[in-house]
Design a protein around this ligand. Sequence first.
Ligand SMILES: Nc1ncnc2c1ncn2[C@@H]1O[C@H](COP(=O)(O)OP(=O)(O)OP(=O)(O)O)[C@@H](O)[C@H]1O
Ligand SMILES: [Mg+2]
Length: 429
Amino acid sequence: MAKIPGMLGVHLLDPERGPIRVGALTRAADGSTSFTVAETYLRNDDRPIISLAWHEPNDDGRTRDRLADRDDKIALHGSVPPWFAGLLPEGALRELVLSEMGPGDHDQFDVLTRLGADLPGAVLIVPETEPAPSAGPLDLDVVAGFRAPDPKGVVKFSLAGIQLKLTANVDGEKLTMPGRGESGRCILKLPSERYPGLPEAEYGAMKLAEAIGVNIAPCRLVPTSAVEGVPTDLLAHGDKVLVVDRFDRTVEGDRIHIEDAGQIVGAIGDRKYTMATTETIINMIRRFSTDHRADILEAVRRIVADILLGNGDNHLKNWSFRFPQSGEIRLSPAYDIVPTILFLPKDTLALRFVGTHQFATVNMHRFERVASFLKIDPKSITREVITTVKRAVDLWPEAAPPLLGEKRAGALLGRLSNLPLVKEAATAR
Ligand SMILES: Nc1ncnc2c1ncn2[C@@H]1O[C@H](COP(=O)(O)OP(=O)(O)OP(=O)(O)O)[C@@H](O)[C@H]1O
Ligand SMILES: [Mg+2]
């Protein structure tokens, strides 16, 4: 169907320097879209990074070539280019947004037009032409000095991911929906009809991961009755919501840029499981992190935590980089750690790890192989694996039951003692 042509300005919000215009995303009448990087951004010697997909450390010439390259900045048939698609909701949240947009044909450009004022990270997308009616009912408001849509409905923000979630602010005991032009400082992960007790299981896994040294996004369980301003049917499937502090927002409400590994490789939809492997993630950390030694060890602890907890959903979009300040690129805190085997007992690792998806075939030797592929000292990696496994064996028998309940904790701890990685760590010196 023919679409109304339009243009969106793409900016990065920098608390010190103000908004920096990165370029424009346009839609043609045939529904195709194209992102063009602004000449002012290209020529800015001190440009903030929008994506590591278009960044070559210490080589500004190649960075500019990547920014100017067209191949990954166009999309046909109602899609937006992969990096932008990676900012948008997927499953249940996408359905909710589409229902709030009303009847009609809404493409990704429409969703981005509607939700562009409150996106993941520090990117702000605002209309530079009149928003098309296909962006759904909205008012216009002022955000960072720009005329920006204020959608009518519950969902005024965009977050990636399948599960239903909202953003909120903490007000004493209550969780309130952000006001006009505001962005929420936490994410509320709502109970799910399909997976009973999911917020509780995720909370337990996050805390168990933290206990073995993983740097997690701070989170807690809150009664659903504390959530205000949300239709009650969204909260109907359980007593608790998981509240996670956002690492891409400051307490003052400023934005910190982030992007996920799926955006970096341009993986859309289910390709977040297949387009790259765990080794790709470690290699990205080595290439881009400004403290790659610390972040590689952090990644190793997360991989170990996934294996020990049975998290089969750590795909490319569950690994993110964060840009805390100019010149700094770090692995973000960990999020979305779910013991999926409690819900899907046959589940396997989301991303391939040195040739396997099976939790039970991951052994010390595979970690040594990763280290040698990537020319990292294997001893430093295996030492980290052993320490992390030993912490789990020492701490989880006591920590898991109050976090997960006896039944789930029993399943998790029973599985632990049979894992090859645990047996090997027990005999390692
Ligand atoms: N603490 C956080 N701060 C900032 N952004 C976050 C945080 N936690 C998650 N995100 C972002 O929100 C997205 C969705 O969160 P999350 O992965 O927890 O949801 P999900 O719906 O369970 O995902 P999935 O589809 O992997 O099951 C993440 O991909 C990440 O971009
Ligand atoms: Mg996720």
